[in-house]
Design a protein around this ligand. Structure first.
Ligand code: BTN
Length: 318
């Protein structure tokens, strides 16, 4: 019913009286008033003036799957899009869908996450309707040791999408953090289900801070709005990201990972920097000199030895 009320308000030129609404929607004026209160609580700005009626002044910026899908024109990514309100983590939802054999390219996103998660057991702060928090289910026929390609591809796709809708030029901190002026703008988490070395499906989780202000984020994080000084339409960005992921995924399936590595290197915040990298095997320091053909980071230690890292947490030293 609330959708119909919104539709009415959107279609009416100026005010629409409570009486007219009550007749057309076949409900009492008191019931209409109650719906208006609920809509206001959801973020709709509705003014009510005696003798004139109601007028819709502004809508909350909500993600709607039909809006995201309209004009998307992708073949795989986003063929099915599920938009939820608040979830623990879209990763949990995506795993459930993956186990239920959802089609490849299914995307599940949420307005908020109560337990959004990041790499290495960290939390992902997900203020309501201020960012894009989504997980994508893929079923690639890649061997387990090449799955890092998907993560690097996603980071490049995300950076390219942001470049296409703004003047911002995010850099990528290995393996897949997007930075703006050294502050974290977006993160990517890749998880998978495999059975006896065979990948059943992969879930790529992406968190992008869009319209959040600094106090809504953790220290050291940024958002498109903070960096650009203006708000962004999340649906447009979402579409740009899904299109970009579609292109990147097609490249991977055509075994064109070398091209993705080149794009990654152009945006690197890590290469040619002194870094400290921690992983369960310990801490090493040195200069990040290159990525190898699988996307592993090559670090030259002070004793000249070159070490290859396929995972870990990088601190940029200078
Ligand atoms: C990281 O930077 O460590 C990765 C962050 C990934 C966050 C996204 S938000 C959507 C999806 N759901 C989650 O719980 N995490 C990912």
């Amino acid at each position: 019913m609330q959708e119909r009320i919104i539709q009415f308000l959107k279609e009416s030129d100026g005010y629409i009286s409570g009486e007219e609404m009550s007749q057309r929607l076949k409900m009492s004026r008191a019931a209409i008033w109650k719906h208006m209160q609920e809509l206001r609580a959801q973020g709709y700005e509705i003014t009510a003036v005696p003798h004139l009626g109601y007028q819709l002044m502004a809508c909350p910026e909500k993600l709607l799957s039909f809006e995201i899908q309209s004009g998307l024109n992708t073949k795989i990514i986003g063929k099915k899009i599920i938009v939820l309100d608040t979830v623990t983590s879209t990763m949990d939802e995506a795993f459930r869908l993956g186990n239920e054999n959802c089609p490849e390219g299914t995307v599940v996103c949420a307005e908020a996450q109560s337990k959004g998660r990041g790499r290495l057991g960290r939390a992902w702060t997900s203020p309501k309707s201020k960012g894009l928090y989504f997980s994508l289910v893929l079923r690639p026929s890649l061997p387990l040791n090449q799955l890092a390609q998907l993560t690097l591809m996603s980071a490049v796709a995300l950076a390219e999408a942001i470049e296409s809708i703004s003047d911002l030029r995010p850099l990528i901190k290995w393996p897949n953090d997007l930075l703006l002026e050294n502050h974290k703008l977006a993160g990517i988490l890749t998880e998978l289900r495999a059975e006896s070395d065979q990948v059943k499906f992969v879930v790529i989780g992406i968190g992008l801070n869009v319209n959040a202000s600094a106090h809504q984020l953790t220290e050291g994080a940024s958002s498109l709005r903070i960096a650009a000084g203006k708000s962004f339409n999340r649906t447009e960005i979402f579409q740009a990201i899904l299109r970009s992921l579609e292109q990147g995924y097609a490249k991977l399936l055509r075994h064109e990972f070398a091209q993705i590595i080149e794009e990654w290197k152009k945006r690197s915040a890590t290469l040619k920097k002194r870094v400290r990298i921690t992983d369960p095997s310990g801490i090493i320091e040195g200069e990040a000199i290159d990525l190898d053909e699988d996307g592993a980071l090559l670090i030259r230690r002070d004793n000249g030895l070159v070490i290859k890292k396929t995972a870990g947490d990088v601190f940029l030293l200078r």
